[in-house]
Design a protein around this ligand. Sequence first.
Ligand code: GDP
Length: 297
Amino acid sequence: MAFEGLTERLQNAMTKMRRKGKVSEADVKEMMREVRLALLEADVNFKVVKDFVKTVSARAVGSEVLDSLSPGQQVIKIVNEELTELMGGEQATIQIAPKAPTVVMMVGLQGAGKTTTAGKLASYLRKNQNKRPLLIAADIYRPAAIQQLETIGKQLDVPVFSMGDQVSPVEIARQGIEKAKAEHLDFVLIDTAGRLQIDETLMQELSDIKETAQPTEIFLVVDAMTGQEAANVASSFNEQLDITGVILTKLDGDTRGGAALSIRAVTGKPIKFTGSGEKLDALEPFYPDRMANRILG
Ligand code: GDP
């Protein structure tokens, strides 16, 4: 189960606080020491933890708490609010271009779940927003990536545009978008190549596709299981491509929480969706407040 360790440790840290009729600065300090350790153990970025502890501590010893009827509960409420804030506060929805089709680029490291997530997103847009999407197969390097996308398209009954692996990804993207325009489709989702790690050739290719496709959204797909490394990856992609959002996959695994809690603070970009399974309907919009509740248990 995701966040299990973190939830348990945060709950332990807050048990004493819950019952307090009076809260002293020492109580807050003690609790925050445990919260800090819990977050670090969940692989949250060090600086993010430091800032979080500072913010919560400052609020928790303020008059908002000391003058309240149940200060212990009040402190817990502050932790919840600040966790929500840490993950972006408000829900960040998918942006739509003023003129169809809205172009979405899916980027990320190999194995993060990019191709699967492109399919999930197409399905989500059709089911929940009544949109007509086109999937574009622009990952010409990973063996079987094109076929994988075509299989997903068939399963979902969503059209897939491909030109094999001998045409440049930029050209595939360009022609795919033309096709979507001609057929009055609402969305194109471009599945781009990944690598096992970030390299210059990959980034250059993604920049070239961006330049041509002029996407409204560039979603970085990252594997939540990789913890704060996911935040580092997000940071690099963001520097190179100015991404517009993150999709966090594999939340059905036993991720400790580091990625979910670090990404927004490290990159300034919101998590917009989460993936929680291999099935093509396992994609949900990301709600920071619900995630904070889930983490606090
Ligand atoms: P890509 O290389 O980034 O395109 O990755 P793929 O889309 O091929 O996904 C890699 C593996 O991760 C596949 O086996 C997917 O079924 C799996 N996967 C993708 N998203 C999720 C998810 O949210 N949960 C789980 N459990 N598996 C996922």
